[in-house]
Structures are given as C-alpha cells and as structure tokens.
Design a protein around this ligand. Sequence first.
Ligand code: SAM
Length: 336
Amino acid sequence: MEARVDTTRLQRLARSYAETAVFYAAIDLELFTHVSRGADSIVALAQAMGTSELNAERLVTVTLAQGLLERDDDGSLRNAADCEKFMVKDSDRYAGAWMTFTRHEVPDWFDLTARLRDATPPTELGMYADLTVERARKYHRATYSIGMGAARRFCRQVDLSGRRRMLDLGGGSGAYSINAVQAFDGLEAVVLDLPPVVVVTQEYIDENDVADRVTTHGADFVNDPLPTGCDVAVMASNLPIYSAKNIAKVVQKTFDVLEPGGEMHLVGETLHADGIGPLDAALWGMAEVNYGDHGSGGRSHSVTECIEYFEAAGFVDVENTDFVAGTLTRTFGRKP
Ligand SMILES: C[S@@+](CC[C@H](N)C(=O)[O-])C[C@H]1O[C@@H](n2cnc3c(N)ncnc32)[C@H](O)[C@@H]1O
C-alpha cells in the first residue's frame, strides 16, 4: 500500500524558524548554564532566568521536545550531553559565540526571495570584502570557540610527524596551527589570512604561547602569491565561501608551492558525491547569497568536485573522508 501523503513535513518546515528562535532565547537566558548549576525544575529555572513560571515552562517544553533538555524519572531536568559539554558558560568548551555566529543574518534570510532575484554579479570576497580588525576579532571569537575542537580532531586524524612547516590557508584564529605545533614536535606553521585577520591571529598565537613556532602572513589566497617552503597545507572551513573556479585555483596554487612529497588537506562543509545533501552543507552555500551587497560567488561543493580539484592540480592518492560525520569532510592528497 502506498504511504499516505500529508502536510506534516511541510508544516514543520514552514515554522522551523521558531526552533532557531527558541534556541537563541535559551542561550540568552542561559538556560543550559542554570540547569548545569542545579536549577532542575521549572520553578528554579524561572527564578534563575528571571522569567515567569509560565514562560519557563514554555521554554522547557520546547527544549525537551528538541532533545536539548532531558527529564529524569523523578521529574528533575538535566542537559543533554552536547548542551552540558558546549552550552554551559564559563566552560572552556563553551560554544555560545559560534551558535549565535550568524544570528545577525536572520533579517537577510527572511529577505531571501529578493536576494535570489538579484541579478547583479556578486562580489568575489562577499562578507570579507570590507573586513576591519574589530570585525575580524568578533568573528574569530566565534570561530575559535569551535575551531579549537575541530583542530584537535584534525591532529588526532592526521599524523604530521616528520613534517616541518604547515601552511594554514584562511587560518583565522590559527586554531589548526596552534594545535598542530603543540601536537607534533619540530613542526612550524604559517597562518595565511587577510591582513586585518592576521592581527587577530597574532593575539591567539600569543595567548597560546606558540609565537616561536607559528607566524602569520597577511594575503589573499586567491589573488596573491602563497608562501613557499611548506610540506603540508590545510585549508579549513572556507569551502562554500568560493566558486568552483576559485577553489580549484587555490588548490592548484597550493600544489605549486608545496614541497615535493607534501600533502594538502581541505576540510569543509561538503555535499555528498551525488550533490544531494547533507542539508547543512547545502545551506552554507546558500548563505553566501546574503554576503556583500549582492552576495558572494560562493556555493556548496560536492565530494566529487573536491576530488576533481585535487586531481586536476596534480595531487595523487586523493581521498575524501568524513571529518565530522554529517557536516564536514576532509579531502586530501599528496604532491608526487
Ligand atoms: C570560517 S573561517 C575559518 C578559520 C579557520 N580555518 C578555522 O577553521 O578555524 C574562514 C577564514 O578564511 C579567511 N579567508 C576568506 N577568504 C580569504 C582569502 N581570499 N584569503 C585569505 N583568507 C581568506 C577568512 O578571513 C577567515 O579567517
């Protein structure tokens, strides 16, 4: 018998913005922090958050339904494991800055129809075109909060023992370089990012006490020459920012400057090989329509395309593997 077709999924989609709004409110009201500190009932939460009991109950009801909170048999509330690990303020794993990283874009998303109809050619650099040091500082407070964990994962997945110098393309806070030099003896790194960003990168390098092994290089990786003398290159979380032409160009430029035998890793939100999903990777590509006056040239790239960029550049032993399942993949290859 054919499955009955109904409107449930469509109705949910039509209102899924409400889920995001509730999550933002929970972050603002520090719901997860209060739960972690022992406010495990609606009455206690209302008091801790400064809301009415009715509104605390509404918030708890939705976050229970979202699986962000859980309820024990005795009725007491606790955080789900991810909220306890990443959403409790003052923890060094707190990722609130990253979770609200794109919150200022909400009005643009609700103007998406007009943006999609805009036929004016996009600016290549999109959101990065008019970056200031202050904006870069705010931006990288968010990327650092999530990038350090990603970088630790990278260092667990990729053995860089014996490598001498890493080129960290669009390295932002320097999270990958900082972790890599800490994990691998003898490795040095150079973080290449736009000139206003490397001012901020230097602050993270100093804070992590790795200035003797990590340097910065202010440049545009699409249009400027890349530093030579590196035997490993990483480009993380830049993929949907650029068109296929420019990603292929950066991969080629990287191949050209790497030492023979060197390796490149491209970590990013990637569509499956057939280009269908995951939704998150598709939405990062769509987000690019919001940047600059007329969007950027960026879009989502599939696993198949990433492998093609590497092979066309001349890399061998090219593979793609999950980096964070369902979100990020890692494409890598070796220069003969
Ligand atoms: C989302 S952040 C990722 C930062 C870092 N790789 C990480 O994973 O934590 C993207 C970075 O790419 C940089 N970027 C974008 N376009 C660039 C370009 N053309 N040249 C150099 N850096 C660029 C941005 O300034 C930003 O720091």
